[in-house]
Design a protein around this ligand. Sequence first.
Ligand code: CP
Ligand code: NVA
Length: 309
Amino acid sequence: MSLKGKDYLSIHDLSVDEIHQILDLAKSLKDKQKRGEEHKLLPGKTLGMIFQKSSTRTRVSFEVGMWQLGGRALFLNANDLQIGRGEPVKDTARVLSRYVDGVMIRTFSHLEVEELAGYASIPIINGLTDLLHPCQAMADIFTAVEYKGDLKGRKLAYIGDGNNMVNSLLHVCAKVGMDISAATPPNYAPDAAIVEEAIADAAASGSKINIVNDPFAAAEGADVLYTDVWASMGREAEQAIRKQAFAGFQINSAIVRTAKPDCIVMHCLPAHRGEEITDDVMEGPHSVVFDEAENRLHVQKAIMALLMG
Ligand code: CP
Ligand code: NVA
C-alpha cells in the first residue's frame, strides 16, 4: 500500500496502515532532524502553497519542511493569483500541475479543494478548510503518542466549537482506536456527516465516540484535553454572539481537575486566552501546545515525502 501520488484531503480517506506509515516516518524524520542527519527525500521537488486565509504554523512549517527535504516551496497568496480574479479552480489545477510537484491549499470551501484535487495530476494537501484540518489532527495524534504511547483505550476530550478541528480529530481518533468525547453548545455541534464517518470507523477500531453538551462530562477521565478558538477564520462577524454561546466551554483549572491527573492539554493555536482556554492552563504543566506546534513540521514532512517522493 502506498501513498505515492495520492491526495491528503481528509483523514477519513486514509487506511489505518497509511496513518501509521505517516506517523512512523514522522518519528524517523524528527529523530534525524534532531541528530542533524540529512534527510533530503524530495530533492529538486517544488510545493505550491495557496493561501486564502492567514497562517503562521502551516505556512512556515510547510516551507521549512520542504527546504529540509531538499526541495522548495512557493508561497502563493490566493488574492494575488488569477484564482482571486475568478480563474476557475479546474484551470488553475491543470496549470499548476505542469509546474509544481504538489500543492498545499488553505481555503474556505472544502468542495473547492476537492475540485482542485479532481483536476490536478499532482498530490493536493489540505492545509485547512472550513470543514477539516487534517494536517493539524495528524500532528496532534503524533504528539499524543509521544506523551501517552499506544492510544487504544485512551480518551481525548474536545471542548468548544464543532469546527474543522474537531471534525478532523473525530476522523483520526476513530481510525487509530482512541476514544473521543466532544462537548459543544447544542447549536455548534460537529458536522453530522463527519460524525457518521467517525462512528463507522470507530466500529472497526473499537474507539468510542461521544457528542455531548456538557464540558465536564466530556473531560471526565480524559488523557488529552483539546480546544480551539470559538470563532474560526471567516466567522469573525459572529465573535460577540459566540462569546455568549460558548461561555462555560473553556479549558480552565476546573476542567483540568476533572480529567486524569496526568492529562495533557492541547490547542492547535492560535489561542485566545481568557476565551476557550485560560492563561494559567496554557502556560501550566499540562500544556504541550508548543510541542504540538513543532510536530506540524515533522508530520507534514512525512506526508509530503510519502505523497510526492
Ligand atoms: N494551527 C494552525 O494551522 O496554525 P496557523 O493558522 O498559524 O497555520
Ligand atoms: N478552527 C480554526 C483553526 C485555526 C488553525 C480556524 O479555522 O480558524
